[in-house]
Design a protein around this ligand. Structure first.
Ligand SMILES: Nc1ncnc2c1ncn2[C@@H]1O[C@H](COP(=O)(O)OP(=O)(O)OP(=O)(O)O)[C@@H](O)[C@H]1O
Ligand SMILES: [Mg+2]
Length: 337
């Protein structure tokens, strides 16, 4: 593979288990200093991809370079340059917060005096100084996740891998974790590879997003590019009739760019400007003797990109056990991507 300015390069990466390919010829690059999110529902292959990139799982086929090193030939060099926050909690409950950090430092051969200084700085970053000397079994879920985040940073890695960093946490804790990740990225230039099934998390934090489903990457780009790729607004019309497929009829209506039939007699229409086209569409539908039960419309979101490329909503595709937020894209808020 060619050397580039990317900090992660992945080409045709594949994982095989017997008759299953949880990761199937996946290719992408992550630029230096970038926050990259792999977004997908349960079982999409996110953790398996991350396990290969962090040297935990072997690569069945394809190539990957992380921090300039080939994962197959130099896994040790890769390990020294990455910090990993796994999906599952891996802290020692019986140890104090600070002891967990020093343990993580030892695994990375960081001298104890250096590690202590670094640990206090990191504890203060995630507002855990006061809990440093408590056993981890007394911590809340959010405190554990914050401690685990900084345990991944104790050896000053160049790239931070986060597997579902905020799953199951309340919205305040999630937002705080986003802020820490954002500040690490902005102040220390650390690149971040993150997996998530929270659309708002990917939208809020990422420079670039890849949508993964069934082991393959369906689409990738900046959140803004992905949303713009939808070319228009989405109108959802729920008709009273469910038996007949009205897709072809709806497709002939003026201004309609595409029609997708979704469950329960509802149709998603893509239109340039829903406000101006809606009255005419309603007239045409009702003049056919059809009854409209409900209509709603929206401007493009990452959720709709997901629906567009996978044919179903991320929220339908999985059990959402977290909390929703109305997070505004930070890069948009800061004046565009
Ligand atoms: N060691 C393994 N042996 C066999 N199959 C596996 C193994 N690890 C993962 N899989 C399968 O690979 C597929 C992808 O799993 P993976 O954990 O990568 O998904 P994920 O996108 O991280 O999902 P989640 O959002 O639930 O964490 C699943 O069907 C899973 O059952
Ligand atoms: Mg996973």
């Amino acid at each position: 593979m060619e050397k580039t300015n990317s900090i992660i390069q992945v080409k045709d990466l594949t994982k095989r288990y017997r008759n299953l390919n949880p990761v199937d010829h996946v290719s992408f690059e992550v630029g230096k200093g970038e926050i990259f999110s792999l977004l997908g529902p349960n079982g999409a292959g996110k953790t398996t991809t991350m396990s290969m990139l962090t040297t935990v799982a072997s690569i069945s086929q394809g190539e990957a370079r992380v921090a300039g090193y080939d994962l197959r030939t130099d896994p040790g060099e890769v390990r020294g340059r990455i910090g990993v926050l796994p999906q599952e909690v891996t802290l020692d409950d019986e140890l104090k917060g600070i002891e967990n950090l020093l343990f993580a430092a030892r695994l990375h051969h960081v001298p104890e005096n250096v590690a202590r200084g670094q640990a206090h700085e990191l504890l203060s970053l995630v507002e855990l100084e006061d809990a440093a000397n408590f056993r981890v079994k007394t911590y809340s879920g959010g405190m554990k996740r914050r401690l685990q985040l900084i345990a991944a940073l104790i050896h000053k890695p160049e790239i931070l891998f986060l597997d579902e960093p905020t799953v199951g946490l309340d919205i305040q804790t999630r937002t705080r974790i986003w802020d820490y990740v954002q500040s690490l990225n902005e102040k220390n230039g650390i690149a971040v590879f993150m997996t998530t099934h929270y659309l708002e998390e990917a939208d809020y934090l990422s420079d670039r997003v890849a949508i993964m489903d069934h082991g393959t990457i369906k689409v990738s780009g900046s959140p803004q590019e992905l949303k713009e790729s939808l070319h228009g607004d989405i109108l959802t019309i729920q008709l009273a009739e469910d038996g007949v497929d009205l897709s072809s009829f709806l497709d002939t209506l003026e201004g309609v760019r595409s029609v997708t039939k979704i469950v329960g007699g509802a149709y998603r229409l893509k239109l340039p400007r829903v406000e101006s086209e809606l009255p005419e569409i309603i007239t045409k539908i009702t003049s056919q003797g059809l009854k409209i039960k409900e209509t709603s419309f929206s401007k493009p979101t990452l959720d709709q990109v997901f629906l567009e490329v996978t044919g179903r909503s991320l929220r339908d595709a999985e059990e959402m056990n977290g909390h929703s937020s109305s997070g505004k894209n930070r890069k948009e808020a800061a004046g565009g991507i």
